[in-house]
Structures are given as C-alpha cells and as structure tokens.
Design a protein around this ligand. Sequence first.
Ligand SMILES: [Zn+2]
Length: 158
Amino acid sequence: MDIQATDNPAGGEDAVDPGLLSDDGTKHCLQVLSDAGLRPTRQRLALGKLLFLRGHRHVTAESLHDEAVAANAYLSLAKVYNTLNQFTEAGLLRRIAADGIKSFFDTDTSVHPHFYLEGEDVLVDVAGGLAFSKVPDALPGHEIARLDVIIHLRRKRM
Ligand SMILES: [Zn+2]
C-alpha cells in the first residue's frame, strides 16, 4: 500500500536558491533533472542530491526521509513519496515492491535481480547475475516485458 501524497495545495513549490548553483553536486543534479524533463524544485534537488550523487542506491521513502532530515532538508514524508513517484515516472528510478507493503526505489533502472533481507528492510543487488534454465513462453498475443527476481533471505537460526 502506498501512501498517496497530495500536491502542495498552494501549487507553489519552492524556487531554487541561486546560491546552491555554485556547488558541483547541485549542477550534476540540475542536469539529471533537466534531462528527465523535471523542473528543479527545492525538494527535487535536495532529494536528487541524496539519490544521484552516491552511486547505485536502494532506498525507501522512510529511509530517504531520514537522510533528508539528517541533511537538514526539512521535507515531509508525503513530499518524499511524491518526489520519489515523480522521479520514477520520469524514468530516474525503478520501483521494486519487495514485500507487498514497502516499495524500494532503485537508482539503477536496469532489470536486475535482488536479495531482500527480511526483517532488516534491506534490498541489495545479486552479484554475478542469475541464469534460468526454463523460462515459460508468454501467453498468446503477449511478450515478456521483463523478469523481476527478488530472492528473500532471512537470518539463519544459530
Ligand atoms: Zn538494484
């Protein structure tokens, strides 16, 4: 179940502080947003810097919200959800539903298999890839669009 966030009723997302433009990370983020056709609002930039400057990442709205608070970017959880959804729609992120309740957002938008660590809320890539000996034919009139694999792990009992 996703939390449906509503847009700012005033319709006015904050303008970007021109002072931020001197920072290299900001410039990179502005380019990422611009290439994706997204207007660089304050919250998109703040979250984009957390997401797109640190290599390949898997985040949840909650974990990203915690990071934003730690970075003194005061955004509500609803705004974080909103922005993650906008980034996903713009093709910057891929949403991965690991356990039916919680969605992860992957900055690597290619199709690749994951381990999900149950009880720890962690999603990591499967190193070395994965091979299938038998993939079923698609139904008539259809083709396989992608094959998502999430291998659920739990701690062994000692
Ligand atoms: Zn991944």
